[in-house]
Design a protein around this ligand. Sequence first.
Ligand code: CUA
Length: 350
Amino acid sequence: MNAKLVKYLVGIVSVGLGALLSGCFDVVPMTTVHPVTQEGADIMTVYKITTWISVAIFFAVSIPICIALYRFREKPGDESIPEQVHGNAFLEFLWTVIPVVLLLIIAIPTWQVIFKQAKPFPEGQSLKVEVIGHQWWWEFRYPELGIVTANELHLPENTNITLDLTSADVIHSFWVPRFGGKVDTVPGHNNPMYWVTPTASDTPGGDYYQGQCVELCGLSHALMRFQAVIHKKDEFDRWAKTYNEPPKVVTSLEKKGDQIFHTICQACHAISGTASAQIPGPKIGPDLSNFGNRRTLGAGTLENNQENLFKWVKDSTSVKPGSLMGNLGLDDESVRAVNAYIRNSTVKVY
Ligand code: CUA
């Protein structure tokens, strides 16, 4: 073998091995193969059937091809081509029937899962959450609890959830990989989705599962993320009960931030229990109640800390291209004041 060929082979094998070994991570945030809900487990069952059938077909086809290529290759001294065969009724029958059977093995459980997952919970036996996609963030409304939040979907463990998905602008798609399938959010139309939430661990503050928009929806599509947070039942009740309590404004910086918020920011944002929440009509920016408790800012784009929040409020487009807030022209001191108000005053202990 010449050196160039060896180099190519080593290259191909390395890339192949790399791709194969990348599957060896245990649990990563966006994994689909470690579902935590029954809905995710059902999809995983169908996925496994399809994968193993595909693997079997791959070997059933490629091994005979390799053997044939080797055994019947042209050899020195060959003067004529081998006997040519056209049509074989038995083989034609066989390779029609086998794929039909394999497709049925895939199709039947797939149908079962699709119909099972489209089945609504009986009336009054689930917690309803309205999910609204925006360019580029997520709004979550709990009509029964009177709560509006953004980018963190808080849910109680082991509970039936009915999600009502829609969009305020373009088509987005809602997906929490470890929970199950994706559903599009379409403007002017409601798509339902049904989950039974998993059991929560003993971690205070709940278990976080990453979600992501999975429909190309513009400049910052990749930065349209969110967290689904599963709480113990009593912790969820405390979260819901304290959610709408007003912020505790203590320091002079927080007081200054309160003023600026209620002069400029309230045009687009609301914080429960304050004047900003009394203005009628929907807000075009995310609700900021309990913002101090959120793990991320900018719809899952950055960790929620002072430094990142400063960057965000100073000029949100520096973090998220196309963000509507953009640069408000606030001086550094005002940005720090607003941040102190929305981040420190809104922390709730639940
Ligand atoms: Cu919203 Cu992609």
